[in-house]
Design a protein. Structure first.
Length: 100
């Protein structure tokens, strides 16, 4: 199984569009356009999971730089997601005493 990053997508691209673009290269297990949590709008990139590594490499080689919807796609093998520590990062908030 190989996970592919697809960047510079048109904001109108759907999961089905993404799957259809990669299906000619082999079995697509999953295709998802990443969306903003608050608005549900596309973030302009997505991921395609393909069953076979050779098919995935062929798809990457063919689709990288290809013009789709007036945009040159950026396609490469996805890197593993970095682990994040607990907590949400947040910060600030609350009143603090000055440090003098």
């Amino acid at each position: 199984m190989t996970n592919i990053y697809v960047g510079n997508l048109s904001f109108r691209t759907t999961d089905a569009d993404l799957e259809a673009a990669f299906a000619p290269f082999g079995t697509v297990l999953k295709a998802a356009v990443v969306q903003e949590r608050e608005t549900g709008r596309s973030r302009g990139f997505g991921f395609v999971e393909m069953q076979n590594a050779d098919e995935a490499q062929r798809a990457i080689a063919t689709m990288n730089g290809k013009d789709v919807g007036g945009r040159a796609l950026q396609v490469n093998e996805a890197r593993p997601r970095e682990e994040r520590g607990p907590g949400g990062g947040g910060g600030g908030g609350g009143r603090r005493e000055p440090r003098w």
